[in-house]
Design a protein around this ligand. Sequence first.
Ligand code: AHR
Length: 505
Amino acid sequence: MTSTARARIDLDAPGPTINRHIYGHFAEHLGRCVYGGFWVGEDSSIPNVRGIRLDVVEALRAIDIPNLRWPGGCFADTYHWRDGIGPRGSRPKMVNTNWGDVVEDNSFGTHEFMDLCDLLGADAYVNGNVGSGTVQEMADWVEYLTRGDDSPMARLRRENGRDEPWRVPFWGLGNEAWGCGGNMTPEYYTNLARQFATFAKNHGGNVLERIAAGGSDDDVRWTRVLMESAMSSHAPFPSPPPFQSISFHYYTHSGTGIATDPATEFSSAQYFRTLAAAADMERIIRAHEEVMDAYDPERTIGLVCDEWGTWWQVEPDTNPGFLFQQNTMRDALVAGIHFDVFHRHAARLRMTNIAQTLNVLQAMILTDDDGGLVLTPTYHVYEMNKGHQDAASLDARLVEVPSWDDADEPLPLLSLSASTKDGTALLSFSHLSADEDMEVTVDLRGREASVTRARVLTASVPTAHNTPADPDAVAPVPLETTIRDGALVLRLPAHAFATVELALA
Ligand code: AHR
């Protein structure tokens, strides 16, 4: 069976630029994301650069990774940066109380993280400790990282082998202050965020985008309290907002809560409920935007979603505290749907960070200790979509589409978005039907265009995933398309993600 859908794209009306940081990443000290993931140590038999796993770096460079958030998550509010500098053999150990209660040796610290960012060509997003740290500790960390002269912290950095300051564009003011970050109220946290932000200074030419930790899902109470405070001047002199962005987190599951369903076994109802939950990101972002627009119509404060993705049960026989899960075609569609939403909200949304890059939750890459590496279906969505980074968003609308109607809100079985850059356009399609093909006709509204490349990511079943034994079970292949009567026509298989690149005449 084949269904049909019609859409329309206005290629001549570029909208707001899709910030490349919408394709951002997140590496927490959690399970095997950092230790045994990025960091294998200099003595490992796995090829590495100064202890950092080389094949991981190469795979992430290939998707143009724009930034990396570190060291957490919940871990960030327990992390004391001074424990992670100086000779590795003399660094104190610490207990990772959030994730597995394991003892870490602090061999991956500030210098190693900044080295990783350099190797990746990614901007650093350092998340400071508000929950159990001090204002002075955070102020010193910023100075240590970014100051160039002979200040006390710059001198300490030089003693540890790094002469030049680093560039650190993004600075987080704690994490999930409503929970693991300190169980605070929004009012209490907002005051702390103002205080910590005040002493996280811009040194030399380094300008920090300070990101206040906000609420979860559609809890806009946090957004409201933070916005009200940011936009009102408390000083006798007019003062700029103490933080430049506000974040929120949203995890996707199939309706029974995080960590309750397996990653690779699910019913058709669970499949659709998951995709409907992913599409709900639209409503959630709108809710935060509405509050922000009321205080800040000029959009001086940015919205950041610095944790998103699917959260399934851990794989059998793995540590429950390590959040290691497989990644199927369903996860790829979750990513595709999220990006369509993110592109539509490019005007306010400055950054997002999928949780997490390696071996944790909805990962790009799964590695093992023997040197094996698997690219997940989600990785391929990032690769196929990378042309949207810093492109102008386009108005892409569904005109006619079948839907899945077994929920309060019907779920359209096609999601799409488009962008344009340098005389080209990139169109992304997530086709959600579990078992039918779909013929999609996209009206290009009179604009002449030719297809330069079209690819599709799919598999025989939505539960398909990549393993060391079958690493390309889900991998992109060429897709046939035609341009007919001013419209792009493509046939999408069931549960498929596709991209079409156009040259514009
Ligand atoms: O990404 C895993 C955890 O989820 C993060 O540490 C925390 O911020 C969130 O609850």
